[in-house]
Design a protein around this ligand. Structure first.
Ligand code: GLY
Length: 370
């Protein structure tokens, strides 16, 4: 079964193909986009071991000449040094502006290779082949590409849309349960921000998704991508509404910084905790009833996910310091923090009218539970 989400962005429009086993027939999807039978693949060592052979064999059967570069796995790869390595490798491979680069991997590879594609020869074509749940539902869609600066995550980047996204849900079978659930944090985010029916569906079907149900995984990726596509089409460069996709992220970014972007807290885990805290703050502000944050937490807990600051191993800084870290957020405008708050499940909105005292109280209470 294969399903498609179209992203209608005019001359930058593209499809997201979602299905089971797509990598083994990747060339069928890639070939129509090629000007000549030649691709350059960039991946990481962990993903290469699991999935590169299928992709290479599909290219070979279709007569597509494919070379590849394998980088170290992990967030540390999203830096200037590896950006330089990718770009210079692509130049040495004589990749021309009309050639296509394939980004095979999770969010790190997608963001890094997308940015390399954006700047090489002022833009070469690229195709996203996301292999993690987080990348399939979020980072491979919508054209945000970036590397990290020593001063912060994703600070150097470009909006640059892929020509195609190929999401093979069978790659999710090789994720650890922890990585799968971290990606699931982003899936839940879509229900919470704008689709209460999807959140109901996740409450019913989340355990089947985690257990590996292929059709339900395809459906969850499809709905997430459709929601993201709808928002991106209305606000490609995040002048307004796209910020909704950052529900939970202001809290998450502070927590990631406080834990040194380490294994203590994966990004998707921070998003899940951040969503719970955003709903808690919304209830404190009287925007929604207390049942809403309780329901959010109950679902995350039922899935075996981190839901609170107490679930993060090790010490955390005091609330005032966490607030200080929030001011590094890209959403800060003229020194004002912007938050995504909610009037209920599926009813999120962007506001800069949240006092940092209320946020600090929410954090203090959460830290008291540690
Ligand atoms: N991950 C948020 C966005 O793509 O806008």
């Amino acid at each position: 079964m294969t399903t498609r989400v179209h992203v209608p962005l005019g001359e930058r429009a593209y499809d997201i193909e979602i299905g089971a086993g797509l990598l083994t027939r990747a060339a069928d999807f890639v070939k129509p986009h090629l000007e000549r039978s030649r691709v350059a693949i960039v991946t990481d060592a962990r993903v290469a071991e699991l999935h590169l052979a299928s992709l290479l064999s599909s290219c070979k059967s279709a007569g597509i000449d494919a070379s590849y570069l394998s980088l170290p796995a992990g967030e540390g790869t999203k830096n200037w040094a590896h950006l330089q390595e990718v770009v210079e490798w692509l130049i040495s491979e004589k990749i021309e502006r009309n050639d296509t680069v394939l980004a095979l991997g999770g969010g790190v590879i997608g963001d890094l290779v997308g940015f390399a594609a954006a700047i090489l020869r002022r833009g070469v074509r690229f195709i996203q082949m996301p292999t993690s749940l987080l990348a399939q539902v979020d980072s491979s869609v919508g054209g945000k590409t970036a590397i990290n600066s020593p001063l912060g995550k994703n600070l150097i980047g470009a909006f640059y849309q892929p020509k195609l996204v190929l999401a093979d849900v069978l790659t999710l079978d090789s994720l650890t349960p922890r990585d799968f659930l971290a990606g699931y944090g982003e899936v839940v985010k879509y229900g919470l921000l704008g689709n209460a029916d999807f959140f109901d569906w996740l409450e019913q079907n989340g355990p089947d998704l985690a257990a590996g149900d292929v059709e339900k995984r395809i459906e969850a990726v499809r709905v997430s991508c459709q929601m993201k596509a709808d928002i991106v089409v209305r606000d490609e460069t995040e002048q307004g509404e796209r910020a909704l996709l950052n529900l939970g992220h202001t809290f998450c970014h502070a927590l990631e910084a406080a834990t040194g972007y380490s294994e203590r807290l994966l990004h998707g885990e921070g998003v899940a905790i951040g969503c719970a805290l955003a709903f808690e703050t919304s209830a404190r502000l009287g925007l929604c009833s207390q049942e809403e944050p309780s329901r959010v937490r109950a679902h995350l807990k039922a899935m075996g996910m981190k839901t609170d600051l107490a679930d993060i191993p090790g010490d955390l800084p005091p609330a005032a310091e966490l607030i200080g870290l929030m001011y590094q957020d890209k959403k800060v405008v003229e020194g004002q923090l912007r938050f995504i708050m909610a009037r209920g499940i599926g009813k999120a909105f962007v506001t800069d009218d949240v006092s940092s005292e209320v946020v600090e109280d929410v954090l203090k209470d959460a830290l008291a539970r540690v």
